[in-house]
Design a protein around this ligand. Sequence first.
Ligand code: BDR
Ligand code: CA
Length: 318
Amino acid sequence: MLLFCDPGIDDAVAIYYAHFHPEIELVGMVAEYGNTSTENAFRNALYLQETLGIHVPLFRGAQGPMTGKEVELHPEIHGEYGLGTINTPEKVDVEIPENFFEVIDLIRAYTGKLTIVTTGRLTSLAVLCLYYHDLLCEKVQEIVSMAGAFFVPGNVTALAEANVYEDPIAAKLVIEHAPMLTIVPLNVTDRLLVPMEMIERITFENGYEMLHALIHYYYDFYEAATIDPLLGTPLHDVVAFSVLMNPEFFTFLTYRVYVESADTETAGATFPDLRELVDLPPAPQHLVAIEANEAAFLEDFERILSSRGRREKADRHG
Ligand code: BDR
Ligand code: CA
């Protein structure tokens, strides 16, 4: 799997899950602006790679949205540098490379076997859609994106989810041009709440103190921001990986999907065309996850992030 991400706390959790899942092989990562700046996202991704022992190429993605607007960072949710209280600029001394288009060689190298997962803004993937559409169609097996909100409240505006809202032009390009797209929207990610007691059990079992600190930071934000008491914290991005590995936990609908890309009150809204008419204008249809089995998701999440997941992977790789 090739991950486009903006770490970002929940992106970091998704990276933990992918790394410890016995059936997932991460082969590369693109880090771009979003929850934090591109530079911070790159350093954070590198820090996670070094901490977890992930040895895959890391590419520097987009630095801002196709709207040309200034990037809106989210230190209140993800911390000053994107990983809670961790100061990665101090910890990771690296020159940020200009290597984005090298990702093409990686996509070619995994022809027919590669799944792209996106857990950030869709800008970098949209660039590939524009420059390398044929390559994406021919070489990539599937694309899964944490993005959007279908008839449920957004998390930036009343209608819009962050990964779409921050660059609706890119989201529209991806939705119109990406082949084999599965969308994992707030419909499912907002409902899958991971209780802190579970994170405490995981930490007790395997000592991922950093994971615990990151999720705690995220939980505290949601607890302060939400009216009703929280049963747990959403961890949006990891759900994209769960959808890939456990499609049976989810209910999908096939929709003709649209994005409001104009700079209006409804910018970033995602909506399906539900008209049952013969003569509709051609539009791409995508799988959208709309419901989830919470108990099954939580059981799998705990199993993978517990030492059992790690042991299984170690066994598999001898
Ligand atoms: C998405 O937006 C980002 O802030 C999170 O990392 C996640 O990818 C949730 O709307
Ligand atoms: Ca993200």
